[in-house]
Structure formats: structure tokens, C-alpha cells
Design a binder for this molecule. Structure first.
Ligand SMILES: *Cc1c(COP(=O)(O)O)cnc(C)c1O
Length: 813
């Protein structure tokens, strides 16, 4: 981003008062904590319920932030920065987004409707990402602040936008429309959700349609009620299960899949999706319509639809106590979502016996008798063995339902809860947020792994995209998943990235590559430290060796001959100054002799490794490495008359020396959320969070000692907690003895005394917590960067030291 202050003044309808009116803005922030304090950052002082951005301005100016949007200039900051003074800073953020949106003119799709928006967005992103560079709103980010922020994230590389717009009351769409300014729309459906904010259904329809004010085309299920309200200038592209729409769909079920028979303009084809519930079918059809609009061939549509996957939104499946399976949907309770959850429960055939724990159902537009009669009918049709109803309404309304157990409140249920009464069954926990059914889920969940390393796979994708944004679109990416994906799980990382245009994976040893292949990963893999004993296995598993010496090359050629290989891809490593592995300049002649006229192997790539791409004082040395690489690789290319991929940059190289990206880069630590540079680091999302729980709490009087060798003595009464994690899990012992801390209930608890093999004690004096509560060993805070700095090591070592006995849990937001 690069926007001139002079252009922004009128765009935000602001009065400018400042010291550097000729600057350019390259970045926007609304959060003083996560702000990247570049000179080009523009801080919007928003006022929320709990905080007012204006109170941070003075301290931000001291940190070097220069540009602010405010509704008044704080006296202490006057004359120290650039201020855009506006009436309303939120409106100014939206005006900024409107201005910024207008700088781009690639197609933008907006998705609205009562349900399915996020799923359709995620599915389209998945199906179109092989062909488009897509900007989309993250998660279900559809608020008045979220939409502007996601628009502001557009950059030059994007060529398709997919945004979702959700509203809960009137007046909101009008504000979102000029920000998103969509060319094309999808209306997923108009259901009863959020009726509360509208006078009636017609008002809700009219309000939703406002987002399409300037679209040329709207995709929707044929619906006379909606189409009557539509501006006649908007073309529609409709589908229906009945003849009469542009696209006719018939569905049938087959072995857990649904077959969608599509008829469109004389073309007819069948596509299969791995879902059978009505909501998924509707979402898949809406997604398919957009692919038809983009003129994808039936063959491509069939292949892409077959890969659709569940987007985790609400329904989460968890292992429960006593052999139970828990379906956790503790966030909403309206009739529509109850139906979806029950469909899901029915498909989950793990257990015969099914229990639902259900709160009052919230649904406007029906009186209670009618609503609960419908609920009872729905429950009866899904063969539920037992219904536990929690709430004033449901406990009386469903009183006559067979096997019904009423409770007035969640607390009353928990007071009577017996773990024994849940056994070998599927339990659907479905309640409105206000009922706090998450507290019930805590009891029902199996508690085996107290210590886990949680890996956020969305963050991995975010970080990949951050580095991609620094590169030319055609530059290939190799992702380093060596050392068990820097401790984060190589298979899951590779799998999560398999839809993200990653060209190569890098592992250290052949066996790491073999396990990826066995797990079904088909991306090309380079083995960085191949041992000649593994060459035959590598050929069998389609793993490509790094070749770093003539001796190794001869050995590989011998295996290639023996196995009748031809043109087997190899990767030539040059040693330009790291002095670890690789050919040096004087060895090139021998290499050329070996490779010339040899058709057993083919040089797929030539590469080298920078020793100090993260150390600014070695810039000259690094540039020297790059120029040696340039020269030597050119020598090989000319002598052998080849056109290989060339690559030299690792994470910090991408950040600091993007001019040397050649045809590929090798991304490692940055993917896992660690940047070696402060600003780079702030653009990344945290990937790994190491968590454990409090096993025991103790009150200690003055004069007691804690842990081995009595290294800590209490000089005042303190409260300590014992955590079941120690140096055998990979926590450095030096992090103990008052050096390090863990986070409990958002507060720092210092590690007191020596860290034991499997346990450590922390000081929780003044922290309101209890046994069983979570303690964060590292994550956002403390970060592995903080720990590494304090201990004089590097984050790489901390991450890769976490023992394999710590269970990794992968999740997507
Ligand atoms: C580990 C490794 C990388 C990745 O380095 P990061 O600093 O983690 O990005 C790149 N290339 C080679 C040869 C490596 O061994």
C-alpha cells in the first residue's frame, strides 16, 4: 500500500494538521498493541466499549508513529505528528476503505444471506485458489470494522476479491456497499436468523439487497419474493431444484456423498460432494454457480467439488468421557441451526444412543407453543434417545416429550451432573451463548492430554501469504518442513498447505520424506542431507536429493544406473560462504564433467544458503554470497546448457534481499510465526501455543523453599501452582529460577525454583485461578522469541526442542 496524505485528506473528509504533509501511508492500524510502528503507519483512534484509542496517541508518537486519525488532538501530542481530524474515526476508517477500494478494479464478489456465507466463501477460495490470487475477508469477519480492514489488506497481486457481508439490523448494508463495491453477488438464502433486528421479513430482504446496489449480476436460488424486490438493472443467474431457473439441479444420495445433477444451457453433468445434509448441498450449489459463471469446464467443476471439506464453524466433534463422542455447538440456538446440528448428529454414526442437551430456542416470529411444537417434531424425527432441556421455557414446553430431563438453568444441571450418566453415546450440546454450555462441555470432554502444543493452521497459511506478498507472483516457494516441521508437525503443515501453491517441500533426511509420502503428500520433496545408504529408498519414494559433492553425485549416479532411472531430478548445492555443504567455485569443473551428457539425472535446481541473511552488519558478506551464487550458477547453466530453478533465500533472505529471489525461495521459520526482524515478526501470526494445566495449588508461609536444591526461599507468604511440564518436555532448565514466566488467566506467573524433569512451580500470588486452569508456557506471550532472547539462544532451538511426548493438536479457526 502506498497512499498520499494529500489524497487522504479529502477522502476522509478531514482537516489536516501536521508536520510532514508529504508523506505516504503504507499501513493501517487500529490496535496500539499489535501496531507495526513504521513511519508510514496510520493509526485510527477508535473508541470502543472499554478503550479509547486517543489515550494511546502520546505514547505511540514516542515510539515513532507519525500519522493519526482522531476526533481531537490530545494536548500532549500537538505539533508532534500528523493528524487527520474528523467527526467520527470509525466513519473515517470506512471512508479510507472506500477510497482504497477504488484504486483497484479486479472483480469482487460479495456473499450475503442468512447462513452459509463463511462456508461458501471458504469453499470458493479453496476451489479458485489454483487460478486466482484471492483477497477474502478472514474468518467470519463481517462487521463494520472488519470489512474495511479486510479491504485495506488488498494489494497489487490480488486479482479476485471474495467478501462476506453480514448484518443484524437496518442501515448497515448501505455503509458496507461502497466499501466492498461488489461487481457480483451471491445471496445464499433468506432464512429466519436475526429476525430480531428487523420489523419484518420484507424489510430484512430489502436491507440485504442493498449490498447489491451496483452489482451487475446476482447468483441466487430462484425466489420470486426476492426477485420482485430486486433492481431490474441487476441480471440474475438462478438455480432451482425445479425447472424454470437458469440452472436445474437434481440431487441424490450415494454412500455418504451427494450427486448433484447439473443442467445448464444444453450441458449436463453429475458432480459428487462429500456431504449429504441440506445446508452443505445448498452451499455447494451456490459455490458451483460461481464456477459456472466463471465458465469453468464441467470436468474442472467436478474435480474441485469433490474436494470440498468441512469448514469448522460451530459444530466441533470432541472425544468425551466414558467413550462418548461430544458434538459441541454451544454458540447458538435457533430453529434453523438446530436442524443443521441434528442432521449432523444423525450422520455421526459412532454410537446408537444419542443425547441432546438443548437450551431454550430463540426464534422470533413464532409464539412459544408453536415453536416448541416444531422443535418436538424435529427431535422426534431424529430418533434422539434422551433430551436434557435447560432453560425456563424449554423445561416446561417439552415436559411431555419422552425421556425428557428438565433443568431451569445451566448451574442447576451442573449441580446434578454425574459423569456416570453419560456412556458410549453421542452427546450433542446445543445452546445459545448466554447459557454458557461451554461449561458443560468442559465436564464432558475427555481429559487425557493436559499438556498440548496447539498448532494454528490458519496462522501458517497467513504467514505463507505474508511472505508471498513480498515476492513476485511467479516466484516458486519451497516450504521447509524439516525437523518435524520445526517441531510443529510436518505432515499436518504439508497437508494444510497442499491447496496453497507450494512448489516444494524441504526435509533434512530421507525418512522424513518417506513418512510424508506414506501419508499421501504428493508435493515434490527435496532431501537436504541425503545419505548414500538412502538413495535407493529415495528413488522409490520419488524424493529428490540435494547434491553437494562429486563423491555423492557419483554414488547417486550409480544407484540411478542400477535402478534404470532417467533424468532423475537432482538439486545442486553451492557453498558460497556458509561452509557447511556444497560445491565451491574450484570444484565446478569436475561437476560439469560428471553432468555433461549424463541423462540419468537432470539438474532441476541450483541453490545456495545464506549464513547471515538476518544480520544487518553482514550485508556486504551476504551480497558477496549472492554474487558468487550468480556467477557460479551461470557457469553451470552455460556449460551444461540447462534452465534450472535457482534459489538462495531463506526466511530472512526473503525479507531483506527480495531482489535475489531468482525463481524460488525456501521458507522456514517465518512460516511458523517467527521473524528474525522486529517489523517482520509483527506481521506474522503466532502458530504454536504450548499449554498445560494447574495440577495443584499451595499456600506457602515465609521461610519455605521451593523445588530441588532449595534455590527459592519465600520472603513473604506466596501462592504457587505446580504444572505438569518440565525439561524433559523441552522447556529449557535455564528458563526457571525467576528467569521465565508462564501466563495464567492473562497474567504473568514467574517460574519459581528449579524446573524439574516433568514439573515446574510458578508463583500465582494475586492471580485468581484454580486447579485445572490453563497455563500458557509459550504462544503470543511469552513468545518463543522472548524466551530465546532471554536465554541467549534462537527461537529455532526452542521450537525444535519440544519433546515428541507433547501431543500436538491442530486446529483451524
Ligand atoms: C532450514 C533451511 C532453510 C530455512 O531457513 P529459515 O531461516 O528457517 O527460513 C532454507 N534453506 C536451507 C538449506 C535450510 O537448511
Amino acid at each position: 500500500m502506498s497512499v498520499k496524505i494529500q489524497d487522504l485528506i479529502p477522502a476522509m473528509h478531514s482537516r489536516f494538521e501536521g508536520i510532514q504533509p508529504d508523506m505516504e501511508i503504507d499501513n493501517v492500524s487500529i490496535d496500539s498493541r499489535s501496531l507495526q510502528n513504521n513511519a508510514g503507519t496510520l493509526f485510527f483512534a477508535l473508541s470502543g466499549q472499554n478503550r479509547d484509542g486517543h489515550q494511546y496517541i502520546t505514547s505511540l508518537t514516542e515510539k515513532g508513529v507519525v500519522n493519526f486519525v482522531v476526533n481531537h488532538i490530545p494536548a500532549t501530542a500537538t505539533g508532534k505528528a500528523n493528524f487527520f481530524v474528523v467527526d467520527n474515526t470509525l466513519t473515517a476508517l470506512q471512508d479510507f476503505a472506500i477510497y482504497y477500494r477504488n484504486l483497484y478494479n479486479f472483480p469482487v464478489l460479495v456473499i450475503t444471506g442468512s447462513s452459509g456465507k463463511t462456508i461458501v466463501k471458504e469453499w470458493l477460495n479453496y476451489m479458485l485458489s489454483p487460478d486466482y490470487t484471492i483477497i477474502r475477508s478472514p474468518k467470519s469477519y463481517n462487521s463494520q470494522v472488519g470489512v474495511p480492514l479486510s479491504i485495506i489488506a488488498i494489494n497489487e497481486r490480488h486479482n479476485l476479491g471474495i467478501f462476506e457481508a453480514g448484518i443484524s439490523t437496518t442501515g448497515e448494508m448501505e455503509k458496507l456497499e461502497p466499501i466492498i463495491r461488489p461487481d457480483i453477488g451471491i445471496l445464499t438464502n433468506i432464512g429466519p436468523a436475526h429476525d430480531e433486528g428487523f420489523a419484518n421479513r420484507l424489510e430484512k430482504i430489502r436491507e440485504k439487497l442493498k449490498i447489491f446496489a451496483h452489482t451487475k449480476l446476482l447468483i441466487l436460488q430462484k425466489n420470486a419474493e426476492v426477485e420482485a424486490e430486486l433492481n431490474p438493472a441487476i441480471k440474475t443467474f438462478t438455480w432451482s431444484f425445479e425447472p424454470g431457473a437458469d440452472v436445474l439441479i437434481n440431487t441424490k444420495h450415494n454412500n455418504g456423498n451427494s450427486i448433484l445433477s447439473v443442467t445448464y444451457n444444453e450441458v449436463h453433468f453429475d458432480a459428487s460432494i462429500p456431504f449429504t445434509d441440506d445446508a452443505s448441498i445448498e452451499n455447494a450449489i451456490n459455490s458451483l454457480m460461481f464456477l459456472l459463471y466463471l465458465q469453468y469446464s464441467p470436468a474442472t467443476i467436478i474435480s474441485r467439488l469433490s474436494g470440498l471439506y468441512p469448514v469448522e464453524l460451530r459444530l466441533q466433534v470432541k472425544n468425551g468421557i466414558n467413550g462418548c463422542t461430544i458434538i459441541d455447538d454451544s454458540f447458538s440456538s435457533d430453529y434453523q441451526s438446530l436442524k443443521i446440528a441434528l442432521d449432523f448428529l444423525e450422520q455421526h454414526k459412532t454410537h446408537q444412543k444419542k443425547t441432546i442437551i438443548l437450551s431454550d430456542v430463540f426464534q422470533s416470529g413464532f409464539d412459544a407453543d408453536l415453536l416448541y411444537a416444531k422443535v418436538a417434531k424435529l427431535l422426534a424425527s431424529h430418533n434422539i434417545s434422551r433430551v436434557i432441556g435447560i432453560g425456563e421455557k424449554i423445561s416446561t414446553q417439552l415436559a411431555d416429550f419422552p425421556n425428557f430431563y428438565p433443568y431451569k438453568t445451566t448451574q442447576e444441571f451442573l449441580a446434578h451432573y454425574r459423569a456416570k450418566s453419560f456412556e458410549n453415546e453421542t452427546v450433542l450440546v446445543k445452546g445459545a451463548r448466554s447459557f454458557r454450555f461451554d461449561e458443560i462441555v468442559v465436564f464432558l470432554e475427555e481429559k487425557t492430554h493436559e499438556t498440548v502444543l496447539e498448532i494454528n493452521l490458519n496462522a501458517v497459511v497467513h504467514n505463507l501469504n505474508f511472505y508471498k506478498s513480498k515476492l513476485k507472483p511467479e516466484t516458486k516457494i519451497m516450504v521447509m518442513v524439516k525437523a518435524f516441521g520445526y517441531g510443529s508437525g510436518s505432515y499436518e503443515i504439508a497437508k494444510a498447505l497442499s491447496h496453497q501453491k507450494v512448489d516444494y517441500l524441504g526435509v533434512a533426511f530421507a525418512d522424513e520424506g518417506i513418512s510424508l509420502r506414506n501419508a499421501g503428500i504428493s508435493t515434490p520433496i527435496i532431501v537436504m542431507n541425503p545419505e548414500s545408504s538412502a538413495f535407493a529408498a529415495m528413488a522409490a519414494y520419488n524424493l529428490e536429493p540435494e547434491i553437494y559433492s562429486a563423491k555423492e553425485l557419483r554414488a547417486f549416479i550409480a544407484v540411478a544406473q542400477q535402478k534404470n532411472l532417467s533424468n532423475y531430478p537432482i538439486h545442486i548445492k553451492l557453498d558460497t560462504g556458509m561452509h557447511r555443504l556444497g560445491f565451491e567455485g574450484y570444484q565446478l569443473e569436475e561437476l560439469i564433467d560428471l553432468l555433461k551428457n549424463n541423462n540419468l539425472v537432470t539438474v532441476k535446481s541450483i541453490f545456495s544458503h545464506l549464513s547471515s541473511s538476518d544480520v544487518p552488519e553482514f550485508k556486504d558478506f551476504t551480497l558477496g554470497q549472492i554474487s558468487k551464487f550468480d556467477e557460479w550458477s551461470n557457469t553451470l547453466i552455460q556449460a551444461l546448457d540447462i534452465d534450472p530453478i535457482r534459489h538462495i533465500l531463506n526466511t530472512s533472505g526473503i525479507y531483506n534481499y527480495p531482489h535475489a529471489q531468482y525463481n524460488m525461495v525456501r521458507l522456514g521459520i517465518g512460516l511458523y510465526g517467527v521473524g528474525n526482524d522486529e517489523t517482520e515478526y509483527k506481521s506474522l501470526e503466532n502458530v504454536g501455543t504450548l499449554k498445560t494445566i494447574i495440577l495443584q495449588i499451595k499456600e506457602l508461609p515465609v521461610g519455605e523453599s521451593i523445588g530441588y536444591s532449595r534455590r527459592f526461599r519465600t520472603s513473604e507468604p506466596i501462592t504457587i501452582a505446580t504444572l505438569p511440564i518440565g525439561y524433559a518436555d523441552g522447556i529449557p532448565r535455564r528458563w526457571g529460577n525467576e528467569t521465565g514466566y508462564v501466563l495464567i488467566k492473562g497474567k504473568k506467573a514467574q517460574i519459581t525454583g528449579t524446573i524439574s524433569m516433568d514439573m515446574m512451580m510458578v508463583n500465582i500470588t494475586g492471580i485468581d485461578c484454580k486447579e485445572g486452569d490453563t497455563a500458557i508456557i509459550f504462544g503470543k506471550d511469552p513468545s518463543v522469541v522472548t524466551i530465546a532472547k532471554a536465554l541467549g539462544t534462537i527461537p529455532y532451538e526452542i521450537l525444535t526442542s519440544i519433546s515428541q511426548r507433547v501431543k500436538r493438536v491442530f486446529y483451524k479457526e
